[in-house]
Design a protein around this ligand. Structure first.
Ligand SMILES: Nc1ncnc2c1ncn2[C@@H]1O[C@H](COP(=O)(O)OP(=O)(O)OP(=O)(O)O)[C@@H](O)[C@H]1O
Ligand SMILES: [Mg+2]
Length: 510
């Protein structure tokens, strides 16, 4: 059977739900896309359920099972349910306005359908899965980046690989796009756990378009002199107003070195330079004492300035925060993300022309549930997800626990890559709170490693079954092109230059 043969025919429709009977040798899978030809319209639907049964009486079934009698090809059937999501009529594609007729023929999606569905994008995620075949490219557009994204899937489902694929292409598109990546497990540089092992350092543009920051080489430091009281909310989300007032008073009194001076006075005399309520002093000093010396040394150097400059130039920053205590991870992540996001906002407000030159930014945040949990203090990331769209700052919230993401933020993630998720609570949260996903709960449980459902509104308005590209294969296919060397001089120009130089009596080659 070829892909142009029908696989079955419609046996019933109701609203956007259709049922069809399939031929015996047909192989389908949950989530697969099918096309129904209905006169001048074609409909597209996703398989959501299937049932197989017998047309025989119980007694006849038993006789057939024992081999005593054969009832022919019509003794058993398989019916499949699908939900319509698209209609094509006179070359125009839109949401379904009607449904197919009884006996209309059903086909599996082909390469041609793939182009009708317009699934490809500048940032390729993978290819359309159709049963055991992989069809055309599926991807998202750069405009989708500031519309916020999420990647969800249990351990080993392929999240890190998908992050690598996406960020590699953000690097390829520099300086139009740039990435800020927080790596909690320290795996993205070398691609630990990716098999065969390949990381961002294997990307051909790594040396020119990526900077790596790690606490291990001492370069990830935030000098205490760069910390003004305004940043305390970011460092200590539970700080209270009296402590903030005290911090401002100390800052006015002591200047940039306020933290180290106040700490020293408190250590030796048990008090601080300005008069304040004892409990506020204690609480603030306890907080300031918890800033570790190696990450927060008494200096005015901060790696944040360096990272900000790089991001603005289109150089992706990979920030490896593995090995830090979790409070310090949170501090570094929030300080850096807010500095960069606020810079985009400020430039937008103060110098719009300059802002237009900034690359579109994607911030990849693993362990996103730690920063977007409604039961924890609010962080910059909920602000980014809710309000930074217009500044072209996008968030990619990566987590195995989507149900722990604040609902308002979750609703703002217009692009979702959903991978295998077994926990029922998470599956229900995903399907109930994502448009076009209401019938996909079982499917999410059955996905294999590297398989995903992709939604990217407003372009891709239904859950597309995708096989995500494997990062090592992506690198092999991409090859080692684009070192971006300046064009060499033409031979004739070089010749002229040499002649001029030798005429001057000295030969110097700059
Ligand atoms: N699209 C894919 N094609 C082929 N293999 C894949 C694909 N995606 C992931 N893998 C393989 O599956 C394994 C697990 O992938 P990955 O590390 O990306 O999962 P993860 O969801 O990030 O897991 P964890 O939650 O533990 O971090 C890796 O060995 C990787 O090479
Ligand atoms: Mg991972």
């Amino acid at each position: 059977m070829t892909s142009t043969d029908p696989i079955g025919f419609i046996c019933g429709t109701k609203g956007d739900s259709i049922s069809f009977l399939v031929k015996k040798d047909v192989c389908l899978s949950f989530g697969q896309i099918v096309r129904i030809e209905s006169g001048e319209r074609s409909f597209y639907g996703r398989v959501v359920n299937s049932e197989s049964s017998s047309t025989l009486e119980l007694i006849e079934q038993l006789r057939e099972a024992e081999g005593k009698e054969a009832f022919g090809p019509y003794s058993a059937y398989r019916s499949v349910d699908a939900i319509l999501f698209l209609e094509k009529r006179l070359g125009k594609v839109r949401s379904p306005t009607f449904n197919p007729n009884y006996r209309d023929k059903v086909y599996t999606a082909s390469e041609e359908d793939c182009s009708i569905l317009r699934l490809s994008g500048e940032l390729e995620v993978g290819r359309l899965r159709s049963e055991d075949q992989l069809l055309g490219s599926v991807g998202i557009n750069i405009e989708a980046v500031p519309r916020m994204m999420g990647m969800f899937g249990m351990t080993g489902s392929g999240k890190t690989n998908t992050e690598l694929i996406l960020n590699a292409q953000i690097i390829d598109n520099s300086p139009k796009t740039v990435a800020l990546i927080f790596d909690f497990a320290g795996q993205l540089l070398e691609g630990k756990e990716i098999n065969p092992q390949r990381g961002l350092k294997d990307h051909p543009l790594f040396h020119s378009k990526v900077r790596y920051y790690s606490s291990r080489d001492g370069k990830m430091a935030v000098g205490l002199h760069t910390i003004t009281p305004g940043k305390l909310d970011t460092l200590f989300p539970d700080i209270q107003p009296p402590q903030k007032r005290l911090a401002w008073a100390l800052y006015k009194h002591l200047g940039a070195a306020w933290i180290e001076n106040a700490r020293e006075t408190y250590r030796t005399g048990g008090n601080v330079e300005v008069r304040a309520n004892k409990s506020a002093v204690e609480a603030l000093m306890q907080k300031l004492a918890s800033l570790p010396h190696d990450l927060f040394p008494p200096s005015n150097y901060t790696f944040i300035d360096n990272a900000l400059q790089n991001v603005c130039k289109g150089v992706t920053c990979l920030v490896d925060i593995s090995g830090l205590r979790s409070e310090d991870q949170n501090r570094i992540v929030c300080l850096l993300a807010s500095a960069i996001a606020e810079h985009y906002k400020r430039v937008w407000e103060e110098n719009y022309e300059e802002w237009r030159k900034l690359p579109t930014l994607l911030i990849t945040l693993e362990e996103a549930h730690e920063f977007l949990d409604p039961n924890k203090p609010r962080t910059i990331f909920s602000d980014i997800a809710l309000t930074y769209r217009k500044y072209r700052v996008g968030l990619n919230a990566v987590t195995p626990r989507p149900s722990r993401i604040n609902f308002d933020v979750f609703a703002e993630l217009w692009t979702k890559v959903i991978m295998k998720t077994e926990l029922k609570k998470d599956r229900i949260y995903l399907t109930e709170n994502t448009p076009y996903m209401e019938y996909s709960e079982t499917e999410i449980k059955m996905l294999d490693v590297g398989e995903a459902l992709l939604i990217s509104e407003p372009k891709i308005k239904f859950a597309v079954p995708v096989k995500v590209a494997h990062y090592p294969e992506y690198l092999d296919k991409r090859g080692k092109a684009d070192y971006e060397l300046p064009d060499s001089l033409k031979l004739s120009e070089m010749d002229d230059r040499l002649k001029r130089l030798s005429g001057q009596g000295k030969l110097s080659l700059e």
